[in-house]
Write a protein that binds this ligand. Structure first.
Ligand SMILES: N[C@@H](CCC(=O)N[C@@H](CS)C(=O)NCC(=O)O)C(=O)O
Length: 213
C-alpha cells in the first residue's frame, strides 16, 4: 500500500503539477479521483482533507497537504533527489518566480469556480469566457518567455526539470484547451516540448490518468 495518496482530478492543472513532481521524484503513489464535474470537491469527505474545497490534496506520512506549490516544495524537502529547486539562492528565486507567474497570476483567473461565476452569475457566453482565459494566459506567457530567455536552457530554468516546469507544462495544456496560439513564445514552447518528451512528465499527462474520460 502506497503511503502517498493523491486526491486530484485528471484535467486539473494543479493535480497535473503535483503528478509531474511525484513522477520526477520516482515516488509510488495512489490516485483517488475527485470528480470536479460532479462537485465532489465540496463533499464533506474532501472538505475534511482540503477546507478550500479544491484539488489537489496529498495524503502523506506527515498528514494531508494542500496547495500544489506547497506540496511540491514539501516533496522536494522530503525526497531531495532529484531536486526541483536547485542551485544558488538566485537560481532558486528564478525557479520560484516562474512557478509563481503561473500559480499566483495566471492559473487562479482560469480556475473552474472563476469560469463558472463568469458563466452562471455574470451570464457571459462561452466564447467570451475563452477570450478571458486566453487573455490572462497570454499575459503570463509573455513574461515567462522573457524569463525563460534569461534563465532557461533545455527546460524552463536550466537543463534539468525544476518546479518551474511542474507549473508551466500544465498551464500550457490549459492554453491548448482554450485554443491559444502559443507561437509568439517560441522559447516557452520549446521548453514545454522538451519537458513533455521526458518520461516522468509524459506519465503525468491528463490523458494517461485512470479517471480520464
Ligand atoms: N492554489 C491552489 C489552487 C487549487 C485549485 O484551484 N484547484 C482547482 C483545479 S485545478 C479546483 O479544485 N477547482 C474546483 C473548483 O473550482 O470548484 C493549488 O495550487 O492547489
Amino acid at each position: 500500500m502506497s503511503e502517498l495518496v493523491l486526491h486530484g482530478y485528471w484535467r486539473s492543472g494543479t493535480s497535473y503539477r503535483t503528478r509531474i513532481a511525484l513522477e520526477i521524484k520516482g515516488l509510488a503513489y495512489r490516485q483517488a479521483p475527485v470528480e470536479l464535474r460532479q462537485g465532489e470537491q465540496k463533499s464533506p469527505e474532501h472538505l475534511a482533507r482540503n477546507p478550500q474545497g479544491l484539488v489537489p490534496a496529498l495524503e502523506t506520512p506527515d498528514g494531508v497537504l494542500t496547495q500544489s506549490s506547497a506540496i511540491i516544495e514539501w516533496l522536494d524537502e522530503r525526497y531531495p533527489d532529484p531536486p526541483l529547486l536547485l542551485g544558488d539562492a538566485a537560481r532558486r528565486a528564478a525557479i520560484r518566480a516562474m512557478a509563481m507567474v503561473v500559480a499566483c497570476d495566471v492559473h487562479p483567473l482560469g480556475n473552474l469556480r472563476v469560469l463558472k461565476y463568469l458563466r452562471n452569475d455574470l451570464q457571459h457566453e462561452q466564447e467570451e469566457i475563452d477570450r478571458w482565459s486566453r487573455h490572462w494566459i497570454s499575459e503570463g506567457f509573455a513574461a515567462l518567455e522573457v524569463l525563460i530567455g534569461r534563465h532557461g536552457g533545455r527546460f524552463a530554468c536550466g537543463d534539468t526539470l525544476t518546479a518551474a516546469d511542474c507549473h508551466l507544462v500544465p498551464q500550457f495544456y490549459s492554453a491548448q484547451r482554450v485554443k491559444l496560439d502559443c507561437s509568439p513564445w517560441p522559447k516557452l514552447v520549446r521548453a514545454v516540448e522538451n519537458a513533455l518528451a521526458e518520461p516522468p512528465v509524459a506519465a503525468a499527462h491528463p490523458d494517461r490518468q485512470p479517471d480520464a474520460d
